[in-house]
Design a protein around this ligand. Structure first.
Ligand code: PHE
Length: 349
């Protein structure tokens, strides 16, 4: 058989080749385009052709090669891979895979999870409650008498709700998750050891340092003989788990209607190690939370005998802890959904 016949044979074989599965497509590729394909054999034989015919034969074989490539591309869906192939598949095996954009967890979710984990390790449960609260759970049960100036400590968003009898009822967006703790106290009997994470709202102008909503984790521990020493030790444990074993805490007297005595808690500055820097304003300490012994009035309002039981409570802002951990100094960044900010938390646990 001379070369011309061989070329003709392969051309015909190519045209007749039927493909109805991925395997057959691969057989086609191996035969006509693979590293030991039949067309290569034709080129090898070109050496035996007289010089004056080389050009014509070369073009003939090139034609077969291009036909093989075209047929292969159209069978698998065209070069762009966008058209449907004869196999009904619309992908191109040779294209690089599409990159899947993997998101990141939100820094507040990361920090909230860490706080919860720390308290779970010492036996605290997690409790949640509604963001739209009544006056009782957000204020009255927490020893804020009506008209008491302490209500102004937390600028409140008030809303009205129609009840079942079409009567208007004053409600509020909860200003703290202490409201959840009231619900827990009303619905269970001591010992109680729970934390309540959640979003809270305050009517404040939005700036780098204040926002109309933020996130808290508040804690409550009620049992017989709970003392201030238990509170201090629990908070020291938390601070050291969160910011490092060498962290120290400092308590300053403060006021909250629902705790007596009350304190504000500072941790030694994790940035300068307590020596003084611009983050801690050269004091060596950073304020992180409020706490105190649950006021007997609060226990009684929730139906717990304050002569038998005592307890402590504390509350912290998740944004504040995240700010110290990640040095984020503008609160607005947490809710702007700027991908350049969020991407920095990729890979954080
Ligand atoms: N509920 C307080 C606040 O939101 C924090 C707090 C909780 C203080 C428990 C003392 C005890 O500011």
């Amino acid at each position: 058989m001379d070369l011309k016949e061989k070329v003709e044979d392969i051309k015909q074989e190519l045209e007749k080749f039927q493909v109805s599965s991925k395997d057959e497509l691969e057989q086609f590729r191996i035969k006509f385009l693979g590293s030991k394909n039949v067309i290569k054999g034709l080129y090898a034989e070109l050496k035996t052709v007289p010089n004056e015919l080389k050009k014509d034969f070369g073009q003939l074989i090139n034609g077969v090669k291009v036909a093989a490539e075209n047929k292969y591309n159209s069978l698998k869906g065209g070069e762009s891979g966008e058209k449907k192939s004869a196999l009904g598949e619309d992908f191109d095996f040779s294209r690089p895979a599409k990159k899947v954009a993997v998101g990141s967890r939100h820094p507040l979710a990361i920090v909230r999870g860490e706080i919860i984990d720390i308290f779970k390790r010492i036996g605290f449960t997690v409790s949640e409650g509604p963001e739209i609260e009544d006056d009782w759970h957000n204020f009255s049960a927490l020893n804020f008498p009506p008209e008491h100036p302490a209500r102004d400590m937390q600028d409140t968003f008030f809303i009205t709700k129609e009840d079942d009898e079409n009567k208007e009822k004053e409600m509020a967006l909860r200003t703290h998750t202490s409201s959840v703790q009231v619900r827990v106290m009303e619905n269970s009997t001591p010992p109680i050891r729970t934390i309540s994470p959640g979003r809270v709202y305050r009517n404040e102008a939005i700036s780098a340092r204040a926002h109309c909503f933020f996130h808290q984790v508040e804690g409550l521990y009620i049992d017989k003989d709970v003392s201030f020493a238990d509170l201090k030790q629990t908070l020291l444990y938390f601070a050291q788990e969160m910011f490092g074993k060498e962290t120290e805490i400092r308590l300053r007297p403060s006021y909250f209607p629902f705790t007596e005595p009350s304190a504000e808690v500072d941790v030694s500055c994790s940035i300068c190690g307590g020596k003084g820097c611009n983050v801690c304003k050269y004091t060596g300490f950073l304020e992180i939370l409020g706490c105190g012994m649950v006021d007997p009035n609060v226990l009684e309002a929730a139906g717990i005998d304050s002569k038998v039981y005592s307890g402590f409570a504390f509350g912290m802002g998740v944004e504040r802890i995240a700010q110290l951990k990640y040095r984020v100094n503008d609160l607005r960044l947490y809710s702007e959904n700027d991908i350049r900010f969020l991407n920095q938390f990729k890979g954080a646990k």
